[in-house]
Design a protein around this ligand. Structure first.
Ligand code: FMN
Length: 144
């Protein structure tokens, strides 16, 4: 089965509350599970950086929901590409708070693809695994 992935950055709505984020994530995770989509969502308190992967029909059912969400604006796709395998097979939507500076650095990288060798993707993976280099660290609450 062919797999596709997409990464984008967006601005969180200014008045977004922790409870909104919790609801959004529960909704997204449940939908992704059914759609066969996995990935991660990073948040710096003002901007989202999300990576999604899955079969074409799964991505096609999830992405319009993201485009239509009122919780964010200024969505900019960094890269959309086929991928040979999943990078986050265990996360229907893993979440992590990251520093604004780190998010800005990742967004500013080159994104020629969504596999190793793409500077942007490698930096995103590194931000997810953290300094301890664990492949799939426990997700942490975005709002806290
Ligand atoms: C940053 C962000 C990431 C989202 N990620 C997903 C996702 O991975 N899968 C999904 O089905 N919906 C996703 N959504 C859509 C939400 O689950 C939800 O449907 C949407 O936020 C509806 O509420 P809203 O219009 O008040 O934002 C996302 C929305 C936002 C803002």
């Amino acid at each position: 089965m062919s797999l596709y992935a997409i990464t984008y950055v967006s601005d969180a709505r200014a008045d977004l509350r922790t409870s909104d984020l919790d609801r959004l994530l529960a909704d997204a995770t449940a939908f992704n599970r059914v759609a066969g989509v996995t990935g991660v969502l990073m948040f710096d308190g003002a901007r989202f950086l999300q990576y999604l992967e899955g079969p074409q029909d799964g991505i096609d059912s999830v992405f319009p929901r993201i485009l239509n969400a009122r919780s964010h604006t200024q969505l900019k796709v960094l890269c959309r590409a086929p991928v040979p395998q999943r990078a986050f097979p265990r996360w229907n939507m893993g979440t992590r708070r990251i520093e604004a500076e780190l998010l800005a650095q990742i967004v500013g990288e080159a994104w020629p693809g969504l596999t190793l060798g793409s500077v942007g993707f490698e930096h995103l993976l590194q931000a997810w695994t953290g300094a301890d280099g664990e492949l799939e660290p426990a997700a942490v609450a975005l709002g806290s």
